[in-house]
Design a protein around this ligand. Sequence first.
Ligand code: NAD
Ligand code: AKB
Length: 314
Amino acid sequence: MQRETILVIGANGQIGTALLPELQVQFGVNQVIAADLRKPSSETGLFEVLDATKPDALTDIVRRYRVTQIYHLAAILSAKGESDPLWAWNLNMQTALNVLEVSRLHNIRKLFIPSSIAAFGEHAPKYETPQTAILDPATVYGISKVAAENWSLYYHKRYGLDVRSVRYPGVISHQSMPGGGTTDYAVAIFHEAVQGRSFECFLEKDTRLPMIYMDDALRATLELMDAPESQISVRTSYNLAGMSFTPAELTESIQAYFPNFVTQYKPDFRQAIAESWPKTIDDSVARQDWGWKAAFDLPRLTHEMITHLTAVYQ
Ligand code: NAD
Ligand code: AKB
């Protein structure tokens, strides 16, 4: 079997921080190269400073290490993207196109470019949003995700590139803080609760959104990437479901551990973004094609987050 060499772009982010150790276990520490704009604060193995908007710098790393698989995680997320839409569009698209093109030119065996529930917009059904619902996103982030999905399909059809993707829901993790999304409240709330503080939520209490615990998100990513090519029928991006809850339901779940914990609601511009997104996701195609099934529900997620973060803040 061919030895794989994995490049993770945007490795210092919320998903990269948690994915890196999993890939190092699967492929070996010296077979996984992390790359990001800046060096991480602690050593994690092989690391390259990379601005993925620069095609030559990306090509240099792919050549030097003889990379065979790429996980492209660099992006500007929904809320941050709205502060400077053209900057977010340019960064998200330039990096995605550079990664697709370097993969084509250097025979990358497998490529992962995640999408998001942000690909959906106003006219998609809000409940059990189907795989093939209309994609009319309200944010520049969502527009860039839809474009990257279509470019991925194009590279697969035209060049046979084995590019795979999931539409992640809001990812909840204890390993690091999220990077400027609309679902970030669902991570921040745990940090406040375990430190004995109240929480000010930027969404209304009844705003239901699809979410997923990091362990499930990582397992989905690795199961999709491990699946035989014949089982992959979707080359845009697979719907992926974990759980769905509102800030009020999350608060109640945390109150089982901290009965005095309170959330105040002070919605801002992120409320409109959240309202444009699905509330629950139909991921039956991922289930059928590569056997996806989430393991974490809200009570289990709450237990895990509180256990891990309590250890951090002790
Ligand atoms: P993040 O914002 O936490 O991390 C992104 C990383 O990319 C950062 O470390 C940043 O420094 C790096 N980066 C930015 N510009 C770069 C550039 N030009 N070159 C190299 N690196 C650059 O994001 P994340 O939450 O880890 O998300 C990873 C991917 O998953 C993104 O494509 C995101 O859209 C997608 N996604 C994430 C979530 C979520 O809830 N975290 C949900 C849906 C989809
Ligand atoms: C965001 O809120 O922007 C991300 C996402 C769901 O894509 N977490």
